[in-house]
Design a protein around this ligand. Structure first.
Ligand SMILES: *Cc1c(COP(=O)(O)O)cnc(C)c1O
Length: 367
């Protein structure tokens, strides 16, 4: 008998995962903290969503309706989609995992870009697959580079558009060119977590591509503009065969009752969404301009966050800026894990937070 201690061993790939580290939420010793590290909205959710959530308190003994029908119908009505082609999840993170588990196994490859969302890599490794990382151009997804990375082993291409943490996007023409260049058996996942924020004529989330193809799925979330991150609600729309496959592997009650009720109420309050867009349209350009005036490079963003680049000079680095800002109650996101060690990601906050941030960064640059 071997002297080695026998114990359960995870599948290959599992121990290769660097567990996801969420943005910090506290600043030790500081009374007032502005959490600008997780792309949460400063406006909170619609009051209607809060009321629907509160109503569930009297029914907590009941299982949720297992297919999230009420939520799928509300989403379908807003976008003119067949609810049968929609599947809801516990955040779009769950949907990304389910899709990966359904289509990727050992020996298969999943392709995503250099500074792409970290959940893709985790999902691929967890499924036993091989992550393939593709270079970007000017911190932006590069369609030619993605197409070049596709091999007979490729099963999924993941595209966050706009991307987190860079805030950049590719125009719909480019998304279509990417799709046209993919073999028909390769699934294209369009992760449109920030679609509601984008105000560009050449941008589209990809509904049209999903509707007319068998190998495109789009994921969306209630965590960002809808302000319901705590409830974990995501949805996706895709071809019937894909929805059928994922329905077979998801948990039978994967979305909780409060999430279903609050999500459906939130989607019916588009006036609230519009207000959130306008708020972002005011403060995103303001932050971009004011931070630029301090001599720091900012990547132009179309989301509700932006990337600030710091020099490597002692006293001015991203790490030192982070520590300085935390001491002022401003919590930003370090993005070294995304291959961006010299940058911090800033979420657009309340007016007070935004002004405090710019004033504090100015102080940091004058030290
Ligand atoms: C925030 C985010 C998501 C959404 O995550 P949830 O699980 O729905 O909260 C998905 N993709 C990207 C790129 C994101 O930034």
């Amino acid at each position: 008998m071997s002297s080695e201690v026998l114990r359960p061993v995870p599948r290959p790939g599992v121990m290769a995962i660097d567990a996801y580290v969420p943005g910090k939420s506290g600043a030790p010793g500081v009374a007032k903290v502005h959490k600008l590290s997780s792309n949460e909205t400063p406006l909170g959710p619609s009051p209607r969503a809060k009321a629907a959530y509160a109503d569930i308190a009297s029914k907590l003994e009941l299982y949720p309706e297992g297919s999230s029908a009420v939520l799928r119908e509300a989403i379908g009505k807003l976008y003119g989609l067949d609810p049968e082609r929609i599947l809801c999840g516990s955040g779009s993170d769950e949907l990304l995992s389910l899709l990966t588990n359904a289509y990727i196994g050992p020996g298969d490859e999943g392709v995503f870009t250099e500074h792409g969302f970290l959940v893709y890599k985790i999902a691929i490794l967890a499924a036993g697959g091989t992550p393939v990382v593709v270079p970007e151009k000017d911190l932006t997804s590069d369609v030619d580079a993605i197409l070049k990375a596709v091999t007979p082993k490729t099963k999924i291409v993941y595209l966050a558009n706009p991307n987190n943490p860079t805030g950049t996007y590719i125009p719909f023409d480019e998304v279509k060119r990417l799709h046209a260049g993919l073999p028909k058996n390769v699934l294209l996942i369009l992760d449109a977590a920030y679609a509601e924020y984008v105000r560009r004529n050449d941008y589209e989330s990809g509904l049209e591509l999903v509707a007319s193809n068998e190998n495109v799925v789009m994921t969306r979330t209630f965590s960002k503009i809808y302000g319901l991150a705590a409830l974990r609600i995501g949805w996706m729309v895709g071809p019937a065969h894909l929805i059928d496959a994922v329905n077979r592997i998801r948990g039978p009650f994967n979305v909780n009752a409060a999430a279903i009720a609050a999500g459906a109420a939130a989607i019916e309050d588009q006036a609230f969404v519009q207000k959130a867009v306008e708020f972002n349209e005011t403060w995103l350009p303001w932050l971009t301009a004011e931070i630029g005036k301090l001599g720091l490079k900012v990547t132009p963003s179309v989301g509700n966050f932006l990337l600030i680049h710091f020099p490597r000079d002692a006293g001015r680095t991203a790490g030192e800026a982070d520590a300085f800002l935390v001491s002022r109650g401003l919590v930003l996101r370090r993005v070294a894990a995304y291959g961006l060690p010299d940058a911090l990601r800033l979420t657009v906050g309340s007016e007070e937070a935004n002004r405090h941030l710019v004033a504090s960064l100015a102080e940091f640059m004058k030290r």
